[in-house]
Design a protein around this ligand. Structure first.
Ligand code: BTN
Length: 233
């Protein structure tokens, strides 16, 4: 792999500008700071080998010991697009597949292996940028009260650098892909399609995602579209 130093610090890795740390509070917060200071450019990626204040969805802590991948990808956008989250999930799943692992996606973008969470995604917006924060358990997995966890090391031996390098290519591929192919691939990899799940305390059948990126659920004879929240399986 060939790396180039940029004038503003960081390293050029393909189309990405890579800013990497041994340990910082949160790559996501660092990405927000770059944007606030007008130092962010499209395709900047902030990575750390460990985080002291990693953040997950719903204000949860993302326990971030050494040995895993913690990365926040900054992309310039014209407008928010709920479909991005599916492209990201497919990119992560395909990254794992390239290392011989068989993942499944839990709506919208948790990635599970053998029913246990191996990766999480936090998508946030700031000014005309989206920050896609991705954590992938490689060497360690924390014990979490809400769900079971696993790590790549249970299946294969890889380094965070190797995973990052594949992930960048997969993100480029799936972000640029037509949403019909993203949706088709997401549906192939998704857990619980046409199965009963719990949503907001009620039983519902998970039908799939529609062309706008909404989750389609069926409650008896009523179909409901949703863009947020969590499902339980
Ligand atoms: C989730 O709750 O499933 C989302 C977890 C997202 C964690 C990543 S690790 C890199 C980036 N920095 C953070 O502080 N959070 C995200």
């Amino acid at each position: 792999m060939i790396l180039f130093l940029t004038k503003t610090g960081g390293i050029k890795l393909g189309a990405y500008k890579l800013i990497s740390f041994d340990k910082i509070p949160s790559t996501q917060d660092y990405a927000h700071d770059l944007i606030a200071q007008r130092k962010a450019t499209d395709k900047t990626v902030v990575t750390a080998l460990a985080q002291s204040a990693g953040r997950g969805r719903y204000k949860r802590t993302w326990v971030s010991h050494h040995g895993n991948l913690y990365a926040s990808f900054i992309y310039k956008i014209a407008e928010r697009d709920p479909r991005l989250s599916y492209a990201v999930a497919v990119a992560i799943a395909e990254t794992l597949i390239s290392f011989g692992i068989r993942p499944q996606i839990k709506w919208p973008n948790d990635v599970l292996v053998d029913g246990k969470k191996i990766s999480g995604v936090l998508i946030e917006y700031a000014q005309n940028f989206v920050i896609v924060g991705i954590g992938i358990n490689i060497k360690t997995c924390p014990t979490v009260k809400e769900y079971q966890t696993t790590k790549m090391k249970n299946y294969t031996d890889v380094t965070p650098e190797e995973v990052l390098s594949v992930l960048m290519k997969k993100l480029d591929k799936w972000r640029g892909a037509n949403f019909y192919s993203v949706r088709e691939r997401w549906m192939d990899l998704a857990i619980c399609i046409n199965k009963m799940i719990r949503y907001q305390g009620k039983d519902a059948e998970l039908i799939g995602i529609n062309e706008d990126g909404a989750l389609v659920l069926r409650f008896d004879t009523r179909y409901v579209l949703t863009y947020g929240d969590e499902i339980s399986i």
